[in-house]
Design a protein around this ligand. Structure first.
Ligand code: IPM
Ligand code: MG
Length: 364
């Protein structure tokens, strides 16, 4: 009987509602497959600002480092939105990414045949879309120094820095080529090498790594063009690598290929100790959705798919991960819909009922 330490950080908005359902799924998997998931819960983001005056406490970061995985809900909301505040909910998330060195952010985007009409994009464009974006997560514009407000000639000014070091690019490129080999053998690297020095380094390093993977089909695409290609012919992409900021932008766009952000999970991984055992943080892409928070109507499927990724990448439990994914697929095919997925006049279920439907198919 295997045992895993999981830190659960529900956060703000719909975070706690969907995280509670993720926890139920992990418990059911534990029961059915006879594993022990030791779950510890703590506050992060706005909830932590309210309780402790900071977006995350040092002891929480330490607990995260000592865990096998972190299950993360969402942070932020109008209550803490003041852009001039020195303490902001997002700092909790960024500290976790940076302190745990979660450099590889995996964001799979697969169009579900049972849900093609949920997207605003035409069915024939979407059919067959199955891409994996790997976003660099601990460097680039998010963390480069200097990052500050200034006064220039008596006027307000601000600066952010896009910084990359070759090893930070190399590990992302290598992972991209490796994962491409396990999929459809194509890698696309997104940059802005016609303008940015950091992108020219990015491209140079990716091309060096590429010499170790001559069998993988490869292309460079400028980020502006990528946003266009992504909605024009999404199925032409397999694995896509991008810097921190470009990956942020491109994955929000990609999420609309699916129709709802409520379906998209992500994994943020450090270097794996061995196959399937990277320290990882698992987080739905959808964010805290303050507009629907507290109503019990949020779609828990992204969070439930996060638990599948957690089982796969941090616990080495592939069979269990597939069981969760199959249960979600069965529910979607059965037509069970939360409000975000439902078409005009289609009946909807709430957060808990959606998770119940998954649990029913997961068996225990
Ligand atoms: C994401 C989010 C975060 C990011 C925010 C909440 C800081 O947009 O995970 O994509 O920009 O990385
Ligand atoms: Mg984002």
């Amino acid at each position: 009987m295997a045992s895993f330490d999981i830190l659960v950080l529900p956060g703000d908005g719909i975070g706690p509602e969907v995280t509670a359902e993720g926890v139920r799924i992990l418990e059911a998997v534990g029961e059915r497959f006879e594993h022990v998931f030791k779950l510890t819960e703590d506050v992060v983001g706005g909830a932590c600002i309210d309780a402790h005056g900071v977006a995350i406490r040092p002891e929480t970061l330490q607990a995260a480092k000592d865990s096998d995985a972190v299950l993360f809900g969402a942070v932020g909301g109008p209550k803490w939105d003041d852009p001039t505040a020195s303490v902001r909910p997002e700092q909790g998330l960024l500290a976790l990414r940076s302190d745990l060195d979660l450099w590889a952010n995996l964001r799979p985007v697969t169009a579900n045949p049972a849900m093609l009409d949920a997207s605003t994009i035409k069915r024939e464009v979407l059919e067959g879309t199955d891409l994996l974006v790997i976003r660099e997560l601990v460097s680039g514009a998010y963390f480069g120094e200097p990052k500050e407000r200034r006064t220039d000639d008596g006027l307000r000014a601000a600066v952010d820095t896009i910084y990359y070091r070759e090893d930070q690019v190399e590990r992302v490129a290598r992972l991209g080529f490796q994962l491409a080999r396990e999929r459809r053998n194509k890698l696309t690297s997104v940059d802005k090498a016609n303008v940015l020095e950091s992108s020219r380094l990015w491209r140079e390093v990716v091309h060096e790594v590429r010499t170790d993977f001559p069998d993988v089909e490869y292309e460079d695409v400028l980020v502006d063009a990528m946003t266009m290609h992504l909605i024009r012919s999404p199925k032409s992409y397999d694995v896509v690598i991008a810097s921190n900021m470009f990956g942020d932008i491109v994955t929000d766009e990609a999420s609309m290929l699916i129709g709802s952000m409520g379906m998209l999970a992500s994994a943020s991984l450090s270097t794996p100790a061995e196959e399937g055992t990277a320290l990882g943080m698992y987080e739905p892409i959808h964010g805290s959705a303050p507009d629907i928070a507290g109503q019990g109507v949020a779609n828990p499927l992204a969070m439930i798919l996060c638990t599948a990724m957690l089982l796969r990448h941090s616990c080495g439990l592939e069979e269990e991960a597939q069981a969760v994914e199959a249960a979600v697929q069965a529910v979607v095919e059965a037509g069970v819909r939360t409000a975000d997925l439902a078409g005009e006049g289609e009946p909807t279920v709430d957060t808990t009922a959606m998770a119940d439907a998954v649990l029913e198919r997961l068996g225990s």
